[in-house]
Design a protein around this ligand. Structure first.
Ligand SMILES: NC(=O)c1ccc[n+]([C@@H]2O[C@H](COP(=O)([O-])OP(=O)(O)OC[C@H]3O[C@@H](n4cnc5c(N)ncnc54)[C@H](OP(=O)(O)O)[C@@H]3O)[C@@H](O)[C@H]2O)c1
Length: 352
């Protein structure tokens, strides 16, 4: 039997991807759609400025849109609320019993809120049971952090990572809808996305950190410095990464680490898991957003452009690409909820 879910922020860019991917999902069934107060009383089809390929999924266009209720009627919610609305609403919904899988930043660094990329740290999901809530909040990392974490994890497990220096080229859709439209960049690019570099630096050690099943998490000890740039690409974040390893490697070792990687046991068997997880492009002309962001239905990442920075075998540069709206947002949150279901967590309350 499928689990009824609410989509919070259903009219936004991430909310549209939730609608697209949950309209026919094997575990979850859309029961309720919520957006801002101005849409209350309209149907989803009337209110949404649909920015995804094709039409609004059949059955959703005529569904009524609600403004945020006092309490959710479904045991699970997927949140793509704007930051202020998320900060106000997600806590009370989880306290009243819902499992809220969120893309918003408000609770990502709360100590007992798991910050999850299922292939890397799905086991951290059990931390949600330490929350002082009848339900739980489970957070998705920032859309740039997710791709970086997936690209670094295979190198880290074989060779260790001391530090990473990143320049991100982030898509317009990462900024959400602006009056119903994608952001425009009349001068070509915006050289600094406020707050983004800080999110990368603090979220990555939490995701890659070690948690032994109780008590606090031990953050991973690696330094990340980033410059985050908005570029005129519709979807897909491209990162240029300079990495310093702990132990020397040859290029073939790094290619193999990526192509063999499937993450934690069980993650590759989740209903929406991509196979392969990481696409390797050994030539120098890939990956590129247009042809490669939808690999694995938007949930796979791509790596390429690998070059040594010196002869030590420790310092390398490479390119990685991931779909910000799918792997970096809605698709990632659904995969995490699938993992929580597989682990028998949905519906459980805190360990009190
Ligand atoms: N875009 C990305 O690539 C991306 C990636 C990762 C994480 N995120 C995060 O995910 C969230 C959604 O991003 P987005 O790009 O989809 O933003 P968006 O296009 O601006 O959508 C925001 C959504 O929040 C709703 N909302 C705003 N104020 C509300 C209120 N007071 N009560 C209820 N709903 C309200 C909006 O409804 P109305 O249409 O009625 O205003 C809309 O559905 C943000 O927190 C963002 O930081 C985004």
């Amino acid at each position: 039997m499928s689990i009824p879910v609410t989509i919070l922020g259903a009219t936004g860019l991430v909310g549209q991807v939730f609608c697209e991917r949950l309209a026919a999902h094997p575990l979850f069934r859309i029961e309720s759609l919520v957006a801002g107060p101005e849409s209350a009383g309209l149907t989803y089809g009337e209110a949404v400025r649909w920015r995804r390929p094709g039409q609004v999924p059949a059955g959703l266009a005529s569904m009524p849109l609600a403004s945020p209720p006092e309490q959710l009627e479904t045991p699970v919610a997927f949140s793509s609320l704007s930051p202020a609305a998320a900060a106000r609403l997600e806590g009370p919904y989880a306290e009243a019993g819902a499992w809220v899988f969120t893309n918003a930043a408000a609770h990502r660094m709360d100590p007992d809120v798991p910050l999850v990329v299922p292939e890397l740290n799905g086991d951290h999901l059990h931390r949600a049971l330490d929350q002082e809530r009848a339900g739980a909040i489970v957070a998705n990392p920032n859309c740039t952090t997710v791709g970086l974490a997936l690209a670094l994890a295979p190198l880290r497990s074989g060779h260790g990572i001391r530090e990473a220096r990143v320049v991100s080229l982030q898509a317009l859709s990462g900024a959400g809808l602006q009056g119903g439209e994608l952001l425009e960049l009349p001068d070509g690019l915006a050289p600094d996305i406020p707050g983004e570099a800080e999110k990368l630096a603090r979220e990555l050690p939490k995701i890659l950190g070690r948690w032994d099943g109780k008590g606090p998490l031990e953050p991973a000890s690696l330094t990340v410095q980033a410059t985050c740039v908005r570029v005129p690409v519709a979807h897909g974040h491209t990162l240029s990464v300079d990495v310093t390893l702990d132990r020397p490697a040859a290029a073939a070792d790094l290619w193999r680490a990526w192509s063999d990687y499937s993450g934690l046991p069980g993650a590759a068997d989740l209903p929406s898991a991509p196979r392969p997880l990481i696409h390797v492009d050994e030539g120098m002309d890939a990956p590129r957003p247009g042809p490669h962001r939808d690999r694995g239905d938007g949930l796979a990442i791509s790596v390429g452009g690998l070059k040594p920075l010196d002869a030590s075998g420790l310092r390398w540069t490479f390119i990685t690409l991931s779909h910000n709206l799918v792997r970096g947002a809605a698709g990632g949150a659904i995969l995490t909820a699938e993992d929580a279901h597989r682990r028998g967590l949905l519906g459980h309350s805190a360990n009190r």
